[in-house]
Design a binder for this molecule. Structure first.
Ligand SMILES: Cc1ncc(C[n+]2csc(CCOP(=O)(O)OP(=O)(O)O)c2C)c(N)n1
Length: 632
């Protein structure tokens, strides 16, 4: 049977459809999402929840002239399907294919890219103010989930909106879920609105009204709608007090009501917030049953929703299991997550130590400040925040934790390339941004067992300390029952000979690559030592000095940008020592890396044994260009 979806090449095609056809389109989009994502993986639950909402937005507004901003933008797949990307949709999140988030370079309909939460309202306000300045007529619509309202910056925007623009629409997509169940006072507050017995009455009135005016001319409708809006309006203190007219809550799966409501709101000359209720995972039973998993996942069976087990424990799981153990040893240990209990593994910790577990919402700055306060009072907070999201808390890390030398542990999951999520989620900057901060120690484990040792070391250490570990599974090294402490700033010599010509200092996940390079160098007559650097700060200066004085080339390997990274730290130390042994650095170049499979991205950008070998051999074979300088 012909699909309506196959006739949608742009939002103009959506506008031509009748309500029954729009409903049919919604069902087809759901099926498309379930089928395609079963192969590519992705944010299925959030997108199943916004199908009708996105259709209605495109029915009423006109992108790209009007602007849609989706908070995080993990729920923008439907928008992609309706804005000329239907034929490429099967490539989503695959190498060279569509990105899983909004991307300005991907389409004129993506006016604003995102991947981190809480950005939509502020950016939308900027666009609305810019429009007002030049007398534009376009609409700016920011769609944000209920969890975005746990982000501080969302309130920083709300604090400004009414003062700076008369026309902007905020759509609060309330499904009561973040990735886990949404938490905190705001979540309870929204829940109170939608469960208030008065709501049913108001909703009925609104629905009746919308029914009555259906089909009348737009102007008349707008005027009547204004009247009827009294019924829809819920005197919600928080948004109204902040100067936004509040409407709702309305059923986010009722296309007809959504369209009529947007048509009315479009006429409003004031900032408004529309509260829409949706169901995350709607239309796919496994996604409704397993909300957390289906927020975002890899490939699954499109019939049953079953996923393939990974076989080994992930780094996140090893982290969480170790922390459970440490908390049993030390009653000062507490764990903090910023809305990522599942992703960080801390849901396991919550099961064992519920009173020592804190989910603070999508609030990384607050998480770090909260940890600082706990540390002041003698607790040992382990702050589990992905490398990419800790960027948001840079100032509290500097100003509150490190400046006061507080014993907070930063556990940075997804340190390194994140793969198919792409540039918003790669954790490629943390060594650079943390290495510059006095007092902070930065560690990188080579395997699961060393991660456990590093967490134990962090528990004992009386100061700020960070550990980064990669996404997914590690090499499968068994974890000892009892972890051991590692000396701060001491590297581990993994293999060496009597006449090494090269010293390879590698960090974390790149140790196997270091061993492969050493084998290849050996085969060409250049024996090489392999060092597990362990620390990006402080680096093992003694080991570095020893090898710099005896080998011809030093090679550094890191899953991190070269600028300011581990290799840069090595160069700085050599410079301090007055040693000019040539250094070949392998790491990510000075550009944002697209999404893709880690192996192919590494090959493309030269983070490979072959590329390292070529560069090292070129150095070894080049005529000596250096004279050893006396030590200063
Ligand atoms: C700064 C930041 N922290 C954490 C995340 C991880 N994250 C992605 S989506 C999400 C939950 C979003 O929930 P909500 O906004 O309610 O949208 P829904 O998925 O429920 O539609 C979180 C915590 C992020 N993207 N950005």
């Amino acid at each position: 049977m012909d699909r309506i979806l196959d006739t949608i090449d742009s939002p103009a095609d959506v506008k031509r459809l009748s309500i029954p056809d729009l409903e049919k389109l919604a069902a087809e989009i759901r099926q498309e999402l379930i089928t395609v994502l079963s192969k590519t993986g992705g944010h299925l639950g959030p997108n199943l929840g916004v199908v009708e909402l996105t259709i209605a937005m495109h029915y009423v507004f006109n992108t790209p002239e009007d602007h849609f901003l989706f908070d995080v933008s993990h729920q923008a797949y439907v928008h992609k399907l309706l804005t000329g990307r239907r034929e490429q949709f099967h490539t989503i999140r695959t190498p060279g294919g569509l990105n899983g988030f909004m991307l300005r370079s991907e389409s004129p309909h993506d006016c604003y890219g995102a991947g981190h939460a809480g950005t939509a309202l502020s950016a939308a306000l900027g666009m609305a103010v810019a429009r007002d300045r030049v007398g534009g007529t376009e609409h700016v619509v920011a769609l944000a989930g209920d969890a975005a309202f746990t982000c501080g910056i969302t309130y920083e925007a709300l604090n400004n909106i009414a003062h700076h623009t008369r026309r902007m629409l905020v759509v609060l997509n309330d499904n009561e879920w973040s990735i886990d169940k949404n938490v905190g006072a705001i979540a309870s507050y929204l829940h109170k609105i939608v469960t208030n017995p008065k709501y049913d009455y108001l909703h009925d009135q609104a629905a009746k009204f919308v029914e009555k005016i259906g089909g009348k001319r737009a102007l008349l409708m707008a005027r009547k709608a204004e009247e009827a809006a009294k019924f829809m309006l819920w005197p919600s203190v928080i948004f109204e007090e902040l100067g936004l007219k509040y409407y709702g809550p309305i059923d986010g799966h009722d296309i007809s009501t959504l369209i009529k409501t947007f048509e009315f709101l479009k006429t409003q000359e004031r900032p408004v917030l529309l509260h829409v209720l949706t169901q995350k995972g709607k239309g796919f039973e496994p996604a409704l049953q397993k909300q957390k998993q289906f927020h975002g996942l890899g490939p699954y069976d499109p019939e049953t929703g079953e996923t393939k087990p990974l076989g080994r424990r992930t780094y996140s799981e090893v982290f969480a299991d170790t922390l459970v153990k440490l908390a049993s040893m030390n009653d000062k240990v507490v764990a903090i997550t910023a809305a990522m209990p599942n992703g960080t593994g801390l849901d396991r910790f919550r099961t064992h130590h519920p009173k020592r577990y804190f989910d603070v919402g999508i609030a990384e700055e607050h998480a770090v400040l909260f940890a600082a306060g706990l540390a002041v009072k003698g607790f040992k907070p382990f702050c589990a925040i992905y490398s990419t999201f800790l960027q948001r808390a840079f100032d509290p890390v500097v100003h509150d934790v490190c400046l006061q030398n507080l014993p907070v542990v930063f556990c940075m999951d997804r340190g390194g390339l994140s793969g198919d999520d792409g540039p918003t989620h790669h954790g490629l900057f943390d060594i650079s941004y943390l290495r510059a901060i006095p007092n902070l120690v930065h560690m990188v484990p080579k395997d699961e067992d060393e991660l456990a040792d590093m967490l134990f070391t962090a528990m004992l250490y009386d100061g700020p300390i960070a550990v980064r570990y990669p996404r997914g599974v590690g090499p499968g090294t068994p974890v000892k029952d009892v972890p051991k402490a590692i000396s701060i700033g001491k590297a581990e010599l993994l293999q060496h000979g009597d006449h090494d010509r090269v010293a390879i200092f590698a960090l974390g996940a790149l140790i196997p690559m270091a061993k492969e390079i050493a084998l290849k160098l050996e085969a060409q007559g250049y024996p090489a030592a392999v060092i597990n650097a362990r620390f990006a700060k402080p680096i093992d200066v003694e080991m570095l000095e020893f090898y710099a004085g005896s080998v011809d080339v030093i090679l550094t390997l890191e899953d991190h940008v070269l600028k300011g990274g581990f290799g840069s730290a090595v160069l700085e130390e050599l410079n301090n020592l007055g040693i000019d042994t040539p250094v070949v650095r392998i790491g990510w170049p000075d550009q944002f890396i697209e999404h893709g499979k880690p192996e192919s991205l590494r090959a493309k950008y030269g983070i490979s044994a072959e590329s390292a070998l070529e560069k090292v051999l070129a150095r070894l074979k080049a005529p000596a260009q250096r004279a050893l300088q006396p030590r200063l």
